[in-house]
Design a protein around this ligand. Structure first.
Ligand code: SF4
Length: 76
């Protein structure tokens, strides 16, 4: 399996990635909302009911279903 995204890695910190959307930095990202989660994001390539899944923004590394980053885009 692909490795998990480390919230401390440079790309993750640049995008404000967190494993828990409620922990997002809302000062830095004022458009964040708690109903925005990786499993509802366009770039999450697993089924929505999975605990974690690959994110294309992070090169296919695993992100938490309930995570978030500033590249979040609502799944079409
Ligand atoms: Fe989560 Fe989407 Fe950001 Fe990937 S791009 S980490 S799926 S919010």
């Amino acid at each position: 399996a692909q490795q998990k995204v480390d919230p401390k890695d440079p790309q993750a910190t640049a995008l404000g990635y967190v494993d828990d959307t409620t922990k997002a930095d809302t000062k830095r990202f004022p458009k964040h909302a708690n109903d925005q989660k990786c499993n509802g994001c366009q770039f999450y390539t697993a089924a929505a009911n999975t605990k974690e899944g690959p994110c294309t923004i992070f090169g296919g590394k695993q992100v938490a279903a309930g995570g978030w980053c500033s590249s979040w885009v609502k799944k079409a």
